[in-house]
Ligand binder design. Structure first.
Ligand SMILES: O=P(O)(O)OC[C@H]1O[C@H](OP(=O)(O)OP(=O)(O)O)[C@H](O)[C@@H]1O
Ligand SMILES: O=C(O)c1cc(=O)[nH]c(=O)[nH]1
Length: 220
């Protein structure tokens, strides 16, 4: 059985070590959802580190087997979920396909690339969940193609209530290797951030939708 709390901390440690976690409270990041945030997690950087890439691949594969049992295809969410999904599919010896964020406007016009079939039991691989909108768009595209989506895994989740609500409404299970709460506690305990940073990151967590609009970003 996998040790979830050990993996949460190890992935948080790796992300901090390679500076995939960026703190920029004075110049907030704008996310895909439009949310303004003092923090950004760039999982794409893990691909540049073979040992970390391997750890993530092995643990995503183990998570899929433990949470979802037997599946017959891994699907990646474009773009950052594609390389992670390919690595996992290779690890598990399974076919792979990916879902674009919108259908191609030329050539085949495809939304799903690769072969999937009606009734096929699939796990979707994403790199990160903020609101879950990108993840669930891919899940819905696969369901519309007749696939049986067992669930979704990702490297990191921000623990946003919006994501919990969106996945629940879509009746889709998800599981991640690490998450925001684990990350900020690890970062504080191991001196990657100071007390003021921790306070700010906790404040942001309590109301992420409003944070960038309330002048909070200038108080760091
Ligand atoms: O849960 P959500 O609110 O949808 O946000 C998370 C999504 O945002 C990022 O993708 P981005 O749109 O930046 O594109 P990329 O994967 O092509 O880099 C990330 O890779 C997730 O797909
Ligand atoms: O929500 C997003 O767009 C997002 C947030 C984040 O921390 N990292 C990322 O790649 N995307």
């Amino acid at each position: 059985m996998i040790n979830k709390s050990e993996i949460e901390q190890k992935v948080a440690e790796f992300l901090l070590q390679i500076k995939a976690i960026k703190l920029q409270p004075g110049k907030p990041f704008t996310w895909a959802s439009g949310i303004k945030s003092p923090i950004y997690c760039d999982n794409r950087i893990t691909l540049s580190y073979p040992a970390i890439r391997t750890y993530i691949r092995q643990n995503l594969s183990a998570l899929i087997q433990e949470e979802f049992g037997s599946v017959s295809l891994i699907a990646g969410v474009a773009t950052a979920g594609i390389p992670q999904g390919v690595l996992v599919a290779q690890d598990l010896g399974l076919p792979f396909a990916y879902v674009r964020s919108s259908a191609k406007d030329h050539g085949t016009g495809s939304l799903i690339e690769g072969e999937v079939y009606q009734g096929q039991r699939i796990v979707v691989v994403e790199d990160l969940i903020s609101t879950g909108k990108s993840s669930l768009q891919a899940v819905e595209a696969l369901r519309a193609a007749g696939c049986d989506v067992a669930g979704l895994v990702a490297i990191f989740s921000y623990n946003l209530q919006a994501a919990t609500d969106n996945f629940k409404a879509a009746k889709c299970r998800f599981s991640t290797l690490s998450n925001y709460n684990a990350l900020i506690e690890y970062a504080s305990d191991h001196s990657f951030i100071n007390k003021d940073d921790l306070e700010l990151l906790r404040k942001w967590r309590d109301n992420p939708q409003e944070w960038g609009n309330s002048g909070e970003s200038n108080t760091f």
